[in-house]
Write a protein that binds this ligand. Structure first.
Ligand SMILES: *Cc1c(COP(=O)(O)O)cnc(C)c1O
Length: 375
């Protein structure tokens, strides 16, 4: 059997007629950048998340950078981000002109560790970017409390958690802004690059929309220098077709995760993902921890099962951040986890047969390769 890591084709097949018609309409109207399909999606998405203003942009990285600028981040400001995330989170802080400060990971949920976050605050700290990593919400109540105490901006990086809930409210509704990537493999994915920002403040949303359109509201009347970061018409149409399916796709991901966890429960040598009391996650990824990860990956690949690592190197350990002069011991949790984490195939269309096959193979190979399993 073949179990790919993601499968975007089977999802396309399930909505093909509707999707083809929506894309054809954009082409017919030649509304290639912005246009009605984009504004319709922005409205639908802001209603879905439950935040009044949504601005479509070119990708999830621009979304973070533009949100930082719209909320008044300036050169020299410090912005705290988690040590375990995709580089986009920290990269956007730098491109916005601010200084990246990392905080360690929570040992159970992989999201930002609230105590370490508190320790990283200085008089220069201006913002926090919690990431709802793997589709599991960061612990927003204490984060918002810290933000209120120190008068900090909060931007939720929601690129892996479209539709997740924290204590009954959607993620993205807690911070001053929340950013989304619509990269094809995300829970809500376009057919190319795409991104979005939701804002509570109409002024911040207005700034972001203007800034992302070369600093103009009216064509050729530029009120400032901005940049070009827009959502394409075709991507707006694709996202508009997909959004009504998102909750049921997320439900299917949770069902698949529950089956993995049920079948893998009690297996020596495997640490399973946990779900916090406060969370309804959306399992962008299903991440386990194992020893001898590379050997295990190879064995699974030989049996047709694709796996991945998110992420093999913690952000502070990357060459890109050598200038911060961090040591391995500065982030003991993130750096301990990075050698053991392994992402199993996860998407709504994964079948029970594929999950059972993956679990059987995993149990056999872990028993053969893990020193812990041999005890
Ligand atoms: C995917 C992702 C981004 C960046 O999104 P792009 O659309 O690829 O620019 C940012 N943050 C996180 C956590 C992501 O997973």
């Amino acid at each position: 059997m073949n179990v790919p890591f993601v499968d975007l084709k089977s999802q396309y097949r399930s909505i093909k007629n509707e999707m083809d018609a929506a894309i054809a309409e954009v082409i017919e109207n030649t509304a290639f950048v912005g246009g009605k399909a984009v504004s319709r999606f922005e409205e639908a998405f802001s209603a879905y998340v439950g935040v009044p203003h949504c601005v479509g942009v070119a990708n999830g990285t621009d979304a973070i950078e533009i949100a930082l600028l719209a909320l008044g981040i300036r050169p020299g400001d410090e912005v705290i981000v988690p040590a375990n995330s995709f580089i986009a989170t920290s990269e956007a802080v730098t491109t916005a002109g601010a200084k990246v400060v990392f905080a360690d990971s929570d040992p159970r949920f992989y999201t930002i560790d609230v105590e370490d976050l508190r320790r990283k605050i200085t008089p220069k700290t201006k913002a926090i970017i919690p990431v709802h990593l793997y589709g599991h919400p960061a612990d927003m109540d204490p984060i918002m409390e810290i933000a209120r105490e120190h008068n900090l901006i909060v931007i939720e990086d929601t690129s892996q958690a479209h539709g997740a809930f924290y204590k009954g409210n959607r993620v993205g509704t807690f911070g001053d802004a929340a950013t989304f990537s619509f990269y094809p493999g995300k829970n809500l994915g376009a057919y190319g690059d795409g991104g979005g920002i939701v804002f509570k403040s109409p002024e911040a949303a207005d700034f972001a929309r203007t800034y992302a359109a070369h600093g103009s509201k009216v064509k050729y009347h530029h009120v400032m220098e901005g940049r070009n970061s827009r959502l394409d018409g075709i991507q707006g149409a694709v996202l508009g077709v997909k959004l009504p399916h998102l909750d049921s796709w997320n439900e299917a991901r949770r069902r698949n995760a529950a089956l993995y966890s049920e079948l893998l429960a009690g297996t020596r040598g495997i640490v399973l993902p946990e779900i916090a009391d406060y969370a309804v996650p959306v399992f962008h990824l299903y991440v386990i921890r194992v020893e001898n990860r590379e050997e295990l990956q190879k064995k699974l690949a030989e049996r047709g099962i694709a796996t991945a690592i998110h992420y093999p190197i913690s952000l502070p350990s990357l060459e890109a951040y050598a200038y911060l002069n961090h040591t391995h011991e500065d982030f003991p949790v993130a750096n301990g986890q990075m050698t053991e984490i392994l992402s199993l195939p996860m998407y709504p269309e994964l079948t029970e047969e594929m999950i059972r096959y993956t679990v059987e193979a995993l149990k056999e190979e872990v028993a053969a390769t893990s020193p812990a399993a041999a005890l």
